[in-house]
Design a protein around this ligand. Structure first.
Ligand code: FAD
Ligand code: NAD
Length: 153
């Protein structure tokens, strides 16, 4: 098994796409992520996984809070932007919930404070306790076999 095999296998698991956002020292930082899951209802916990090379790692370690913004199918370009796949500089207008930046018009903005974390290989798993939620209607952006797609209904 090589890394490509591993990624090809993981890519068979179709996911939605999120942009994680946080705020530290007067700066907003965003990063595209599909490693996200709901963990617990009581208390309300979710999980994200951040690679050791991602700038987001230090930001969340220091801020102790983050938002998970679940993207709609109309937000593919935002996903590419926050994954560094579009090189041009862009000004993004963020919304705000409880002093945390969020992506406007996302299907859900899930605002969290860090509950606990676990280093796992070359990633850090953050468990977030959900403090605020905003939900909108729309169809999700999907990610499958390393490509963006749509969910047919
Ligand atoms: P950077 O690479 O510096 O930032 C990412 C991009 O966002 C840059 O283009 C930057 O200009 C822009 N940006 C950041 N903040 C702002 C702002 N305030 N205003 C405007 N633009 C801004 N990696 C993981 O660790 N975990 C995952 O679960 C994960 N899932 C992914 C899923 C998909 C579908 C894709 C495509 C990538 C995924 N990645 C994941 C990879 C990750 O998105 C990239 O490695 C990303 O570039 C790492 O971001 P960074 O924090 O290092 O910051
Ligand atoms: P890809 O074929 O690399 O991704 C397919 C699947 O492999 C992903 O959905 C994810 O489950 C897994 N994966 C990919 N890179 C990983 C990593 N470094 N650690 C753990 N799991 C990983 O798709 P792509 O279009 O080539 O991805 C674009 C870029 O985004 C690549 O650089 C990729 O490494 C990165 N990415 C990272 C993660 C992550 O760190 N969890 C997830 C998705 C994509």
């Amino acid at each position: 098994m090589d890394d490509r095999n591993f990624r090809n296998a993981m890519g068979k698991f179709a996911t939605g796409v999120t942009v994680l956002t946080t705020y530290l020292e007067d700066e907003v930082h965003g990063m595209t992520a599909n490693a996200f899951m709901s963990v617990s209802l009581n208390p309300r916990l979710v999980l994200i996984s951040i690679g050791e090379k991602a700038r987001m790692l230090d930001k969340i370690n220091e801020s102790g809070k983050f938002a998970v913004n679940i993207l709609s199918e109309a937000q593919k370009e935002l996903s590419m932007h926050f994954a560094g796949q579009i090189k041009e500089n862009r000004q993004i207008q963020f919304g705000w919930i409880n002093e945390l930046p969020v992506i406007k018009n996302a299907l859900a903005n899930i605002v969290c404070k860090v509950h606990s974390k676990q280093i796992a290989g070359d990633h850090t798993l953050f468990i977030g306790e959900v403090t605020e939620l905003v939900i909108s209607e729309g169809a999700p952006l999907a990610f499958y076999e390393g490509k963006y797609g749509k969910i047919l209904s």
